[in-house]
Design a protein around this ligand. Sequence first.
Ligand code: FE2
Length: 277
Amino acid sequence: MEQFNRDGFLVLPKWSSAAEMQQLQAAARQIMESFDASKHRSVFYSGPDRQKHMDEYFLTSGDKVRCFLEPGAFTPEGELRGEKTAVINKLGHAMHELDPTFRAFSYSDAFRNLVASLDYSKPAIVQSMYITKSPRIGAPVDLHQDSTFLFTVPQSVTGFWWAVEDASLENGCLWAVPGSHKLGNKSRYIRTEDGKTKFDPPQQVLSDEGAVPVECERGTLVMLHGDLVHFSKDNKSDKSRHAFTLHTVETGRNVVYPATNWLQREDRSPFPTLFER
Ligand code: FE2
């Protein structure tokens, strides 16, 4: 915890077994296989002017399991550049609720115990993502804080990032700026009344000074403070870089989950808690 509080992130090698990671990979593959790429062509784009690329399919995915494509998924003629499973960028955002394999993994005793070591009284998982960073076209994820895209008042977001496959400099591993969480949140990505989204205040360029690569072997878990500045580069290699992420927030202690968060449950029901104490 000392290290986590100092650096804003913590690397836990071998937290999960290779077999567990293979199970997640198989479950993700099944979801991708059943994805109808002729109907949904929603691209996940993390670069500048992200809000201009945002669509309804993404904004209503908070309590569903959907697939988003790589920005480089299409040929100039508008055809998919390869098999759909090779051009998907990520899956989101409620596998932890709706898919039996991801659900069992996300609500495991091991994970509950880990979250119990943090300062939470009624933590809830609000989001899951399975990020593929496809070979050759895997897009970079710009410098950001997770608390920009998911926020509570006061801030209580923690990210959990599993290397489902080895993540190296070659296939676009995470990069983190140690200690950057201490600067606090710089901007929030909010829903506006016209059903669109914007950065509030307008997004500033965050500094990557002092950033370190976080290369990990399969099964490693990286814990990320919500305010930590991090990013990943593109994947030009022939290897995919699969990762699974969960984000938790505090739902007790009068912590508020604002309605301006892009991620909402359609029925507005409360997020199920991992435990209460
Ligand atoms: Fe992130």
